[in-house]
Each structure stands twice: as structure tokens, then as C-alpha cells.
Design a protein around this ligand. Sequence first.
Ligand code: PLP
Length: 734
Amino acid sequence: MSKMDTIPTSSATGGLMTPAGLSPEDLFDKCMALAKNLWWSWQPEVINLFRDLDPIRWRQLDHNPIALLAEFTPERLDMRAAELVLFTRINHAYRRLKEYVSETTEWGHVHCGVLGSKPVAYFSLEFGVHESVPVYSGGLGVLSGDHIKSASGLGVPLVAIGLFYDQGYFKQHLDMDGFQQEEYIDTKVENLPMEHARGKDGRPIMIEVETRVGKLLIKVWLIRVGRIKLYLLDSDVEGNSPEDRELTSRLYGGDTRTRIRQELVVGVGGVRALKALGIAPGVYHLNEGHSAFATLEAIRERMADDGMSFDEALREVAQHTVFTTHTPVPAGHDRFDAGLVEEHLGPLRDELGITFEQLMGLGRVEPQNQHETFCMTVLALKLSRRANAVSNLHGYVSRRMWAHLWPWRVEEEIPIGHITNGVHVQSWLAWQMQQLYDRHFAADWMKRLGEPEVWQGIYDVDPGELWETHHTLKNFLLAFVRRRVSRQCRRRGESDEAVEAARNMLDPNILTIGFARRFATYKRSNLLLSNMDLLDEMVNDPARPMQIIFAGKAHPADEPGKRLIKNIANLRHDSRFAGKIAFVEDYDINVCRHLIQGVDVWLNNPRRPLEASGTSGQKAVLNGALNLSILDGWWAEGYDGSNGFSIGCGHQHVDDSITDVRDAEELYRVLQEEVIPLYYNQNIDGIPLAWVKRMMNSIGSLAWRFSAHRMVADYVHHAYLPAAGGVSCKMHFP
Ligand SMILES: *Cc1c(COP(=O)(O)O)cnc(C)c1O
């Protein structure tokens, strides 16, 4: 590196060559290249680089670097870089990106064998990679995003397929009465890191899918997520009818007809897109049943290309298909009636040479039962030789739920295993915490995130240092909440006093509980509010008070969910809770990141066993927050008595209302007898040593296990490699 690199120039030299020998145009191109691979979104140095260019606009633009750079001319960028001495940092980041994408000696390059030439094709209806790319709604999307980021980090050969929604999911605001308002905003395509996917001939790919009532045209976008290519299909194409152009505009919008058409696009269109791209997958991974039509198109391909019969092709495709189920309740699975199925799958069925009843049979538990609708989960289970749930407990629940598909087997032998979900560490770990780990963990810890030994370094950290870092993050969170809540007040047109009060709400020295999730009834967002007098006592305890931060969206059609939000939001008018219980609007990846990095306790109280896994608590672990949770989903296998808190002991009554009462009592008891005393038992330096010990136990025992690196490695060993090699099914992996 030339020593000239570090010498700042005055802004007067803008337009001339920069010290690093870059023209302003080159500099701009390098920044744009960084912005166009979402790798930047888990690199603190690159994030800080973008933020430094214009901290206020950075926040206002939803942390979107392309939108930010669009506000700069190359000359202005050059001047700004000179002022801040950014040249070395830009060059360094650019070089690291180039090295990263061309690296060929990662774990996956050694361990993935046959996948190298025949990659995994990972299908999902949503991908949550970063808040600036709004093609996700919640947990399922964030899981897909974390899966492909870890696949990138590990060097696992994988391509991802989803849909591009130009309006994404709704933005949430509350009105004066606390009622949720939904707003759909057109995403500016030019501000997204997308390009047209091109075929071998260099021309943009266009896919066609026939239905009985006409054909759909689909274009394909490419987003780069580190080493992974994410292809998003989009029906907003000239030549489609106005309705079809809007088919993929909203995530989970529209009726069942919209839904089956979206699923036709992602499944059948997805397999055709891979073909057009010249990619021959060795494994189809269906993340949830939404994309299960992919298997039918893959069968058609085998029949057409290899001359197989339908039955032979089906066996072949199933051998190479991995299915992950996420839904523990029968009502949560997509079902379509016969008319919709024939309208959309009819032309494909003709090519498969099967009858309408045969096709319907693939989506029915009892193939002959004409009263049964077509279930995407049943299709996925029948057309995959490897199926898995997303936690140990969810494995039991899924085997029981689908036992009738294999009536000749005992429940333990239902072929649904489990691979517990995990989170992408670099995306959720606060920078300050990462720096702390850098000082105490092995030098290569970032490459070995899924290994337990790596995380034992947490016990070498000084408790005071860990506590102080946590406090810094807690202060960031409180500043964020005050900023957001005061902005919410202003937007609603509340009084100046209300806005001012929001600017001063919450106190960093008070035990802070976070609860943020979809406002689905089973998640019981109001469990903590079931005894308001007791809650009042606890929040306002003079010696050992408590404060709570809530966030979450309700599905637009979910009236009970919206009422729950309203109840919580309106506590700000209750003098007992004003300034002590906050509701942050528009829960998304950004809000989630702030919350899980700054709270003391992350609360999770679903009605067991309905939380298939849950991942937000895993994100909290990385940053030292302690989980307080029902023994459901991942926590049922994560909690060991010393690494967080459990609500109850994993029992449930057959009557939900009794379970709810018991769980609420238990929640209050654990708070009063365990959480609060432990937190406020602080030494003369204000450090709660026993609490910090528990933070260390949490990080040391859970971070590796519930990392997406561990999860993806499990998929490679237990699902991808056996499926790619056509090895017969091993029933219950991990
Ligand atoms: C992680 C995450 C979720 C999933 O969290 P759960 O624990 O499953 O509720 C949902 N939404 C967002 C925005 C997330 O980041």
C-alpha cells in the first residue's frame, strides 16, 4: 500500500486525482460496487463508511447505500472522502469484497463435494436480508436471509429463488386511537442492488408459465448476497394483463387466487429460471410449502430431458428434494380448491401426462377423497425424501400432525426430522460487542461461529467490561426508542408536551424488558398485561422498577391482533405506565436489531407448542440479553437452568384458557422471584455479578448452537449431501 493513501487532501483538490491514485469516478464506482453486494450489510466497517458519508441521510434513507450515493456526484463524494480521509477505508473495503467473492478455500469448498457442480436451489417466498430491501414480512423471511448469508460465509454452493415485491409488506403507523394503519409504498427499483439476470447469451431472461386462462410472463432479478446469488421473479412485465403485472407487488396481499399464482411463479417459474440461467441444481430445498410446485416442474424437466416416465421422474426428484416445514398448526398450511389447481396447473399436468385426480391426489392426505382440498405441505411431504421441522419439539409436533400420511408407521417413524433454526451472527451482533469478542476470542473466531470452543472465550472477558458494553448498547436503544416514539407522536399530531415527554422517556438504570413479534394471538403479547395492578406495582416499585418496550405488526386482516396493539399503545395515556412502557411502530429488521442489542431481558411467551422455533431470542443471546421464555421452540432445547430464565416447566393444559392463566402467574412469579432480584443485586460499582455470569453462560452455551453457521452445516451434512448423492433417507437427523 502506498503511504500516500493516508494523506488527506484539502477539498480544493476535488476533481483532481485523489491521493490513492483514483479519479473521482473510480472512487464513486468502488463505493457503488460495495453498495451493490449486500455483503456490506454485515460488515461494520463498510456500514460505518456509508454512515460517515452523511449520517442523517443514512438514517432517513433506511440505511440504503445506493439511495445515499445517488445524492452524491463523483466530485462531491471525492470531496467528502477527502474531508473524512476515507480513501484508505474505501480501498480496503473494496479489496476485501473482491477477495471474499473469489475465495475458494472456505469450509464449504472442502465439505460440500458434489454440490460444487450441482448447487442447492433454495426456494422461499420471502427473504429478509436487510431493511433496505423490503421483500420480507417477518421470521420466515429473516430466516431465509440468514440462511443464505451463512451459506455465503461457509462457502456452500447455493442459489436462492424468491419473488420481487415492489411494494413489499406494509409499513405500520398507529393513529390517534392506537389503531394500526397499513401503508404500502412503491420501492424504487433503481435504489435496490438489483440487476436483470442474464442467460448464457447475455440477454435478460424472460420466463413463461402457462395457465388454463393465458400465460404469465416473468422477468428475473439478481441480487448479490456475498457469494450467493439471489434470483427474484417479477411479473411486472409488459405483455401481462394489468392484474398480472400486480401479481407479485405485495407480500401476503390478495386472496387465494393471488396466492396460488404467486406460488406458481416462484415454484414453476423458479425452476424454469434456473434452467434459463444454465444452473442444474443437485438439491431443491423448499423453505416452507409455498414453493412446492417446483417439484412438478422438475419432474416435467426429467421426463422431457431424460425420457423418464412420470413415476420414475417423481422418484428421482423426491430423492433430491429437501423440505422444511415451519407451521405447527393445521390451519396455517396453504390449501387450494380443485378449480384453482386445474386453472393453474392444468397445462403442466397435460405435459406430465397425469389425470386431474392424480394431480389432486398429490396434495391430499387421502388421494381419492374428493372433499379434500390441495395442500401445499402435503405435496411437499410427498415429493421430498427429506423433510424437517425447525426445532426438536416442533419435530414431535410435526410428526404427530402428519402421522396420517403414513398410517402404517408408528409416530416415531414418521419421516420428519428436525434441524433447529439459527441466526447469522454478524448480522445481529452489535459492533461494540464484536470488538469485545475480537479482543478475547481466537483470532479466526468469525470463521468458526458454529463451534462451541470458540465461544468459551466469553469467560475470559472481565464482567465489568461486558456489563459496560451492554450499557452502551442499552443507551443506544433508549435513544433510538425516544427518537422513534417522539417522531410517532409528532406524526399523529400530538401536543408538544407529548413529544417532549417521549424525548425523555425510559431510564437506562431500570431493568428493561423487550417484547417484539408479530401480533398473532398465540404469541400472547398481552400476557404481561393480564394483571394490571400487579404490573403497576412492578413497573413502579421504588427500589426495583421495570420498564418495557413493545413492537410488532398485526396481519392486516387480524382484528384481534390489532386490538392487542391498541391496548398496549394506549398505555401511554395511563399515568401509571406513561414513559415506562413504549410501543415502537413499524417493527422490521432495523427495529429488531436495536431491540435485541440493547434490552436486558428478551421476553417470549407463546402458547406452547405453537412457536415452531423463534429466532429473535437467539439474536438477543449474541448481545448478552437474557431470554425469559416459555419452554417452546428453540428455548425448549436451549435452556439449561443457568443461561436465562424459563416460564413454567413445559406443561400445557388441554384447555387454553387455563394454560394462559397459569403461564401468566408463572411469568409474574419468575420476574418477581428471579429476574428482578438478580438484576438489582449489584455490587458497589453497580455491576450485578450473578446476572453478568448468566449473560456469559448464555453466550457461551447458546451462541454457537443457535447460529446459522451451525444450522447450514447441519443442512449440508444431514440433508443436502445425502439428497445430492441420492443416498436413502436417514429418518431423524440431529
Ligand atoms: C428475527 C425477526 C423475526 C422472528 O422473530 P421471532 O422470534 O420468530 O418472533 C421477526 N421479524 C423480524 C423483523 C425479525 O428480525
